[in-house]
Write a protein that binds this ligand. Structure first.
Ligand SMILES: NC(=O)c1ccc[n+]([C@@H]2O[C@H](COP(=O)([O-])OP(=O)(O)OC[C@H]3O[C@@H](n4cnc5c(N)ncnc54)[C@H](OP(=O)(O)O)[C@@H]3O)[C@@H](O)[C@H]2O)c1
Length: 358
């Protein structure tokens, strides 16, 4: 019977939280997979053997035996190609991916027709950013008559201890340039430039960053521009990175050896907090402005909660198949966000109609 849920990277930072919660709901039906069977076994032991440990190297996968009894796969690693996604689609396995890697997301989107013809849902933009930011932006756009501009602001706590993969994704993107759609024209933007002040857990400057949400939203919402900016909770660190970017010295973040040193230091350091906040603001020329924000603790934990809620949503709801982003899947966004408080009561969601000052 096809009723297992496979979690690839299931004992990693985000994956282990997904594994633990889903094991409570579906005991003995959760397969925790990664390149180390030992680590998967250790997690299984701490979860009273309610999950099944499994050795799987996604880059050197030779058979699809694990998918035979699998209903849904949750991917918690960044992959190099779409072979595994295609295998899931071909074997009728629903697929949920927490990746934040834009070029990879673009590749998966090309599999839409295959997913539709195999009655499979491929859910993307699952997490905080992309993820919650997509939902907030979509909700804002739904509240005004037409949308001209969407601005997204992301505040990250530097005190949070991430998994290696999440740190590397951030470092890889500090010294990057990327294209956005600006009123139908392609515009190249450098990361950590174009500062804009916004009030999110206090007033501060936010800088451009290549989060995938802005690209996806620009394709799926009728608007002239979507721009995502970020800041760290330490204003000194944010300004320092912006300064290094201006001088070009951020190039150093591209070197693996420097990344390794930074990862070691960030894991050891006891500075900053694990609090995060995200906000979307949608506006138009008729001066309608709507904003909503979500604040909480632990970006990784919250990414896991979003993934779990998406798993439950996919299993419990009947909707059309294909490759979809979270904001194209969830119908009642405020209700979905409210559900996150079941995992963490400190999560706070705010809605504000600025023109009417409601
Ligand atoms: N959407 C969002 O907002 C959001 C937020 C946070 C993180 N993320 C993304 O989530 C992903 C995971 O982050 P994390 O912090 O949980 O990282 P992590 O702790 O490093 O977890 C990655 C896991 O994947 C496993 N893995 C690595 N390569 C593999 C392979 N070839 N085959 C099978 N398993 C493999 C690793 O174990 P082994 O090395 O033992 O195989 C590890 O358990 C990252 O890609 C990150 O960018 C997204």
């Amino acid at each position: 019977m096809k009723d297992n849920i496979l979690i690839v990277g299931g004992y990693g930072k985000v994956g282990s939280i997904i594994s633990r919660h889903l094991a409570e709901l579906y005991p003995k039906k959760i397969i925790v997979a990664g390149r180390s069977f030992e680590k998967a076994k250790i997690l299984s032991e701490t979860l009273d053997h309610n999950v099944i440990p499994y050795h799987l190297d996604i880059d050197n996968q030779t058979d699809n035996a694990v998918l035979e009894n699998t209903k849904l796969a949750v991917m918690c690693i960044d992959q190099k190609d779409t072979k595994f996604v295609e295998l899931c689609i071909a074997t009728g396995v629903h697929y949920i991916d927490i990746t934040a890697n834009q070029p990879f997301i673009d590749q998966i989107e090309l599999l839409d027709e295959k997913a539709k013809s195999n009655n499979v849902i491929v859910a993307l933009s699952i997490g905080l950013a992309p993820g919650i930011t997509n939902l907030l932006a979509q909700h804002c756009a739904n509240q005004i008559s037409e949308t001209n501009v969407i601005d997204i602001f992301i505040l990250l706590g530097i005190g949070e201890k991430h998994g290696d993969a999440a740190y590397r994704w951030t470092f890889d993107n500090i010294h990057s340039s990327y294209n956005i759609n600006d009123s139908g024209k392609t515009k190249t933007i450098k990361s950590f430039t174009l500062p804009q002040k916004s009030n999110l857990a206090g007033k501060r400057k936010f800088y451009t960053f290549n989060f995938s949400d802005q690209h996806t939203l620009a394709k799926t919402i009728n608007t002239k521009q979507v721009l995502t900016r970020m800041a760290f909770d330490s204003t000194i660190l944010t300004s320092l990175v912006a300064l290094l970017r201006k001088s070009g010295l951020t190039k150093i973040f591209n070197y693996k050896i420097f990344q390794n040193i930074c990862i070691y230091l960030f894991k050891k350091m006891k500075i900053g907090s694990d609090e995060f906040a995200v906000k979307a603001v949608a506006g138009n020329t008729a001066n309608e402005i709507y904003e909503c924000s979500l604040e909480g603790k632990g970006e990784g934990k919250t990414t896991a909660y979003i993934a779990i809620e998406t798993v439950l949503y996919v299993i419990q709801n009947n909707f059309s198949n294909g490759v979809r982003h979270i904001h194209q899947i969830i119908e009642n966004i405020p209700e979905f966000l409210e559900n996150l408080k079941r995992y963490d009561s400190t999560i706070e969601v705010k809605y504000k109609n600025i023109r009417n000052n409601e």
